[in-house]
Write a protein that binds this ligand. Structure first.
Ligand SMILES: Nc1ncnc2c1ncn2[C@@H]1O[C@H](COP(=O)(O)OP(=O)(O)OP(=O)(O)O)[C@@H](O)[C@H]1O
Ligand SMILES: [Mg+2]
Length: 450
């Protein structure tokens, strides 16, 4: 067996480059444990302290009680509040607002009567205090601490009765055992595991703040996701004025819920009307612009799809997509070329979801096709129209889930006409004062461009 001297990663055969920390020439042979040693370490003879119970006869445990933080967008993202002893990982790129959000949450939870400890491993106590004062997140039940040694952190957890502990950030927690491997995936995994286990034994919840690498992964290749109950991640870019907090994993609620915040000088504040926020700068009557209603978790959001089609002088025309999968755009372009005869192979295609949102939902296909045709033909879609629907490879328009919530959101924002898949009509026809334009084939959508 070979072990990396930097991060401790193991490999059966010798390799020149460590697969975990990517350092060269760090693998050294280590002696394997004998089977009797292994047996002693695993403790095969030791009986566990608990016994298995029958699911049918065991008494029902009390269901988890939700504690709402009062920060509406955060509560929505985690599913109407946090649960006792929940472990939550919050990730995001540097400077996006993780510490700000954590201070705000800690303060709100302490106002609910919970005892909160905010451990900063990155900032000094005076920096932390000045930030807390600026954000007006000072509360008698909230305690601040600036330490970063794992032993000290575990001591504090074991010898106090906090309801929630915040570790900001987990990557800066150091362990004497993994001095060399500071910040490596292995040491991060081990440190997080120890903290979460100590918190679980104490019945205290924990928020772990994690940085994201340039590639968009939690540094320490997403290893923490498996050991926490909930994973939240700031989806948006730091350069955008809003911040989207998306839930990727939740043991106590649904995933894919999002919270939308705006960074203000008083901290992060929830955006009251997200749909209005994302489409308010739309230029009416412009070609290549189509509004769609997308489903983000349990709520609908109106977004603007923009397309720009220009003639290409290059042998391979450019395709640039922002906020949408380029594979999806290529498929729609290919379907439009094959089924509708729109010659896109000699054109450059630029697609953007205005406002910087990122959409992965299939219902974006129909508005995407409309935006492409609109720019290609230089014909705008009337400004009171929205569209949603999936497009199949044969040019058929397929139904999407929850069409009525999408139509209601559009109606609330003053849209009067909806282009939607034929099969979704049954569900939405009870909604009054909206003109529906059901389509089942791609061909029909061209009629709506004026
Ligand atoms: N005095 C201030 N007034 C207004 N906004 C501020 C002020 N100080 C910081 N900010 C905002 O807060 C953001 C930093 O937030 P925060 O420190 O919570 O981010 P973070 O994700 O914790 O960063 P890091 O990864 O570096 O710890 C800045 O980008 C800025 O927009
Ligand atoms: Mg921070």
């Amino acid at each position: 067996m070979y072990q990396c001297s930097v991060c401790g990663a193991q490999s059966i055969k010798w390799v020149g480059k460590c697969s975990e920390c990517h350092n060269f020439n760090t693998m050294a042979e280590v002696s394997e444990q004998t089977s009797s040693e292994k047996k002693a370490k695993c403790g095969y003879e030791k009986a566990p302290a608990v016994i298995a119970v029958s699911a049918a006869s065991a008494p029902l445990q009390e269901s988890h009680e939700r504690i709402a933080t009062g920060i509406k967008e955060f509560d929505l993202a985690v599913g109407s509040g946090v649960v006792d002893a929940q472990s939550i990982l919050i990730g995001g790129e540097p400077g996006i607002g993780k510490s700000t959000l954590m201070l705000q949450i800690s303060s709100r939870l302490s106002q609910e009567g919970l005892k909160i400890l905010y451990i900063s491993t990155e900032e000094s106590i005076s920096q932390l205090l000045s930030r807390a004062k600026r954000l007006k997140t000072v509360s008698p039940n909230m305690f601040l601490l600036a330490i970063n040694e794992i032993g000290e952190i575990l001591y504090i957890i074991n010898n106090n009765d906090y309801d929630f502990i915040v570790i900001d950030s987990i990557q800066r927690v150091t362990s004497p055992e993994s001095d060399k491997a500071y910040g490596s995936p292995n040491s991060l995994r081990q440190i997080s595991h120890e903290i979460i286990t100590a918190c679980l034994e104490k019945g205290c919840g924990v928020f772990l703040v994690g940085h994201v690498t340039k590639e968009g992964l939690f540094a320490g290749p997403k290893t923490l996701e498996h050991i926490v109950d909930t994973v939240l991640y700031f989806d948006s870019n730091k350069s955008d004025s809003y911040r989207v907090l998306r839930c990727y994993k939740n043991r106590f609620g649904s995933t894919n819920e999002i919270g939308i915040f705006e960074m203000t000088e008083n901290g992060l504040s929830g955006v009251k009307n997200p749909s209005g926020y994302f489409i308010n700068q739309r230029q009416e009557g412009s070609t290549g612009s189509v509004i769609s209603a997308c489903l983000e978790g349990s709520r609908s959001l109106l977004v603007e799809v923009q397309a720009l089609i220009v003639h290409s002088y290059m042998p391979v025309p450019k395709r640039v997509c922002l906020g949408i999968d380029s594979g999806r755009v290529s498929i729609i372009a290919a379907v439009l070329e094959k089924k509708e005869g729109i010659k896109l192979s000699s054109k450059e295609i630029y697609i953007k979801i205005a406002g910087g949102l990122s959409i992965q939902e299939p219902s974006i296909d129909l508005p995407l096709a409309l935006a492409i045709i609109s720019s290609y033909n230089e014909k705008p879609l009337p400004s009171n129209f929205i569209a949603f629907g999936e497009i199949g490879l044969t040019g058929e328009i397929r139904g999407v889930n929850n069409p009525s919530s999408r139509v209601r959101e559009a109606k609330n924002l003053g849209f009067t006409d909806v282009i939607l898949p034929d099969v979704n009509m049954k569900e939405v026809q009870i909604i009054k004062n909206v003109n529906f334009h059901p389509v089942s084939k791609l061909k029909k959508i061209i009629e709506y461009l004026t």
